[in-house]
Ligand binder design. Structure first.
Ligand SMILES: CC(C)(COP(=O)(O)OP(=O)(O)OC[C@H]1O[C@@H](n2cnc3c(N)ncnc32)[C@H](O)[C@@H]1OP(=O)(O)O)[C@@H](O)C(=O)NCCC(=O)NCCS
Length: 458
């Protein structure tokens, strides 16, 4: 069967439908910064107001609720107990609704505060949590999301099996999501909101949306949000393009932007439902949304994480293929090469990295005596460089060497970036150079740099 390409890209046939037959997932950002209340009295703030408003939008057709919480003084709060009460209240009547907790750092910047809501359990636990992918400027305020914080939030969501609600305000942020996924910090099938039209982000034109959407990987679920005046046109474009929508007062307080008529979340949702039905798309139920997003499915996270394990005999071809790509495959002794740099892979002393059934890396070692070893044959499939796989392979073999009573390791390397990596990341010391015996490793270098490392020093 010919595979249907994503998003009606050209493939030489007629698209089967004029519009996507995928039910539309409606995500409602009920409230955000409470300054909104000055221009719109319908923005919900108290636990009761948020609970009631959640019920109203779910009954109108929403299946995902993006929730901010507030303290008794109406100020945004990170306190998990307040989120927990809101979630428990909503679930009492709408157990399948998909509940998203904000981890926004606009007001509370510390990682412990931002991530506290991820620790909730039972009916108080969020299904999803927002994750703004990088820093950006809003018109009058910065949203700072440094790489360390973003990666730590990913790790905590992964640990708690909470699906990120990715937020991308431009193409670079989307690209950063792919980087995080390559590092195993995001699940395989992600949910992403594309937010257009704020000052300092991607503009709110349909072509800008199309430009983002064409980069969305197959299997991901995307929704589009327009800020302010862009909400309705961007939502409508997303419906026709086969995506989903995020709508609500956090992004836009007005029903009719030009007349500045204050909106209610439920009327915004009802308008989207009407438009979608007119265009021929049904509305996803909360249960359908759960299935589409694979909520709670650990395998969705596992699928992007390389596993390090001992090599098996049947891995030999895959290991050789990776080593060959770096000109590091062992060769037999011959009249031309009487003393090869490597003449075999010792399966018992070798680890491999496996990702979705594919071998993507290898590391090995050779015991020299009871306390000395040489680390050898470390290589990562070129497409997977920079994903942390080399570090995991290196750490795993060092741990095994320590367990075997080895005190001292040496290695030889010829690539300056790799030598730098051994020295700065693992604390090796350069102790000399050796001429190469034949063309092995980087063909442009005729000698090895010898690196040594005392295992007891770490
Ligand atoms: C050495 C080698 C195994 C490292 O593998 P790796 O999976 O890329 O290693 P890691 O991702 O753990 O670390 C690479 C570092 O470079 C950074 N990096 C980012 N993008 C990168 C890219 N495109 N390519 C390489 N490194 C990149 C990584 O972020 C990481 O930095 P960090 O540890 O500070 O986060 C790999 O470069 C390799 O196979 N080299 C060729 C074979 C070789 O020379 N082997 C050593 C023989 S002694």
């Amino acid at each position: 069967m010919i595979k249907q390409p994503a998003y009606d890209t050209l493939y030489g046939g007629n698209p089967p439908h004029g519009i996507s037959q995928q039910p539309l997932i409606i995500n409602v950002c009920l409230s955000g910064n409470l300054a909104n209340r000055k221009i719109n009295p319908h923005v919900p703030g108290s636990i009761q107001e948020i609970t009631d408003n959640a019920a109203a939008v779910i009954e109108a057709g929403a299946s995902i609720l993006h929730v901010h919480a507030y303290d008794a003084a109406d100020e945004p709060t990170w306190r998990p107990e307040i989120f927990g009460r809101i979630f428990e209240n909503i679930r009492a009547d709408h157990p399948d609704a998909v509940l998203v907790a904000t981890t926004s750092g606009r007001i509370h910047t510390e990682i412990e505060k931002r991530s506290a809501v991820l620790e909730l359990d039972g009916k108080a636990k969020p299904d999803m949590a927002s994750l703004t992918l990088t820093s950006l400027n809003f018109p009058k305020q910065a949203s700072v999301n440094d790489p360390e914080t973003v990666q730590e939030l990913c790790l905590r969501m992964r640990y708690r099996n909470i699906l990120p609600e990715l937020e991308a305000f431009d193409l670079g942020m989307l690209n950063y999501a792919f980087y995080l996924q390559r590092k195993g910090l995001l699940p395989q099938r992600c949910y992403i909101n594309l937010l257009l039209g704020s000052l300092g982000t991607v503009p709110g034109r349909v072509l800008d949306l199309a430009n983002l959407v064409r980069e969305i990987p197959e299997g991901w679920t995307w929704a589009a949000a327009g800020i302010g005046r862009y909400q309705l046109p961007i939502n409508t474009a997303a419906i026709t393009m086969g995506g989903n929508v995020r709508v609500g007062l956090e992004d836009n307080p007005f029903y009719n932007f030009s007349e500045r008529e204050p909106a209610r979340n439920e009327t915004l949702v009802k308008r989207i439902v009407r438009i979608s039905r007119e265009l021929g798309r049904t509305i996803a139920t909360p249960q359908e949304t759960r299935e589409q997003l694979q909520l709670g499915n650990r395998n969705n996270w596992e699928a992007t994480q390389a596993k390090i394990r001992k090599m098996k005999p049947e891995d030999m071809d895959g290991v050789m293929a990776i080593l060959s790509k770096w000109n590091m495959a062992p060769v037999q002794a011959s009249p031309d090469i009487p003393a090869p740099e490597r003449d075999r892979i010792d399966i018992d002393n070798t680890f491999v990295a496996e990702l979705q059934g594919q071998l993507v890396g290898v590391s090995s070692y050779i015991l020299l005596d009871k306390t000395h070893a040489e680390t050898a044959s470390l290589a990562v499939e070129p497409d997977f460089l920079g994903c942390g796989i080399g570090s995991q392979l290196q750490e795993t073999r060092l741990a095994e060497l320590r367990n075997r009573g080895i005190h001292h390791v040496r290695t030889e390397s010829d690539r300056p970036d790799v030598i730098h990596w051994y020295v700065h990341k693992f604390g090796y010391t350069i102790t000399g150079t050796n001429p190469k015996k034949h063309s092995f490793g980087d063909p442009n270098r005729d000698h090895w740099t010898v690196l040594e490392f005392d295992l007891n020093s770490r």
